[in-house]
Each structure stands twice: as C-alpha cells, then as structure tokens.
Design a protein around this ligand. Structure first.
Ligand SMILES: [Fe+2]
Length: 215
C-alpha cells in the first residue's frame, strides 16, 4: 500500500493519501490539511479518490471534508459507529475491513484520546494510522470531556503495542522527532510506552501535563 503524507491544517496535522498500485484506487486518512497539493498529487498520479477515513471526530481532523466533497461528489466518508449517525457518515466498528482497491485496511477501535478514536491497520505492509491515539514520542492527550485515560491505557497497551515491532506508525500530528517511525523505535524512545501498569501510565501522563503548564 502506498502512502503519501501532507502536513498543515490546524497544528502540524498530517493528512495521508493511501492507494493501491493495481487499481489506483485511493483514500484519504483525515482530511486535515489544505486540499490543493493533495489534488495536484491525485491528478498527476491518475489516482481515483473514493473514500475518506476519519480517525476521530475532533474538528481539526475533519476540517477539509467540504473541500473534498466539492471536488469528488461520490466520496464515501467513514467514521466510528459512535459518531457516524450524528455526522451522517458510514459507520465503522472494531475489526471491520475496508478495501482500497486490492489493499485491505482493518479498523481497530482505540478509545481514550477521544471516545470515537479508531486506528487503520494494513497488516500486509504493517502500516498503522493512529490519529491522536499514538504520536511519535508520546500518546495523545486526554483533555476532552469524552477522553478517558483508562481507555487510552488499554488502547495503547492491549491493542497498539501488541502489533509487530516493525509496524510503521503514521500519526495524526507531526509532534515527534520524525514524521513516522517503527513501533520498535517508538517504544525504545518514549517512557509513555514502557509503563508496567495503569498507575505507572497515569503518572507519566500527569507529569507530562504538569511540565506543559509551566511553559
Ligand atoms: Fe484529537
């Protein structure tokens, strides 16, 4: 599965264009950056954009949906079943399969940063699009009313850290030392991913937030 990233939007957001070489069918993961460079890339590579996958319903990750709908009127938009009805998009649930041409994406529900957070997993090439659940160097924050630190702990430790160590993490923001990296490197370089239990994780998260406030 091919991946091209675009950075911009609200705060170093990353929008991914993913596509299948055999069919040229393509999808956007998080329409979070300005559309023009993406459009140019789609046109110059003869891609057929027909799906938008949303990692969670925070506004910055969905901001450019109207621009995409203006250009591609048959687009199908997918989001967690938790918010699909409210938003009028197609519902996703845990382990659901989405086809991008001949490429296969599996939905992994990963609540915590937000209640409707999901990750998109391509097991063939070991690529995961983690939205704001996992960045390079740390997790997403749990400041929203519908955030849950317990849920985030389980999503990180029982779902994402169980993936193969050579999995490539494609996060929703460019907040790390690299734009994307392997799970192995992310675990080795961050205390967020080396906690022994929930209490330990809670402490790492609290220390992070306290240090931020001083800045
Ligand atoms: Fe978010």
């Amino acid at each position: 599965m091919n991946v091209k990233y675009f950075i911009g939007g609200f705060d170093k957001n990353i929008c991914y264009l993913i596509w299948c070489d055999e069919s040229n069918h393509a999808a956007i993961v998080d329409p979070a950056v300005e559309i023009n460079p993406i459009l140019e890339f789609i046109e110059s590579n003869n891609l057929v954009l027909d799906k938008i996958l949303i990692t969670h319903s925070h506004h910055d990750h969905m901001k450019f949906i109207p621009d995409f709908l203006n250009q591609f009127n048959l687009l199908k938009i997918y989001i967690s079943h938790i918010s699909s009805k409210k938003l009028g998009y197609i519902s996703l649930s845990d382990n659901q399969i989405i086809n991008i041409g001949t490429e296969i994406i599996t939905v992994l529900e990963t609540p915590g940063h937000y209640h409707d957070s999901v990750c998109f997993w391509n097991s063939k090439d070991k690529k995961i699009f983690t939205g704001d659940t996992m960045f390079i160097g740390r997790t997403g924050r749990v400041l929203s009313e519908k955030s849950s630190i317990e849920d985030l702990y389980h999503s990180i430790y029982d779902v994402l850290l169980k993936l193969p160590s050579n999995t490539i993490i494609y996060p929703g923001h460019d907040y790390g030392y690299k734009i994307y990296d392997t799970m192995k490197n992310n675990i080795e370089s961050s205390k967020f991913f080396n906690c022994q239990n929930f209490k330990d994780f809670e402490l790492v998260m609290k220390n992070f937030e306290n240090n931020r406030k001083k800045r």
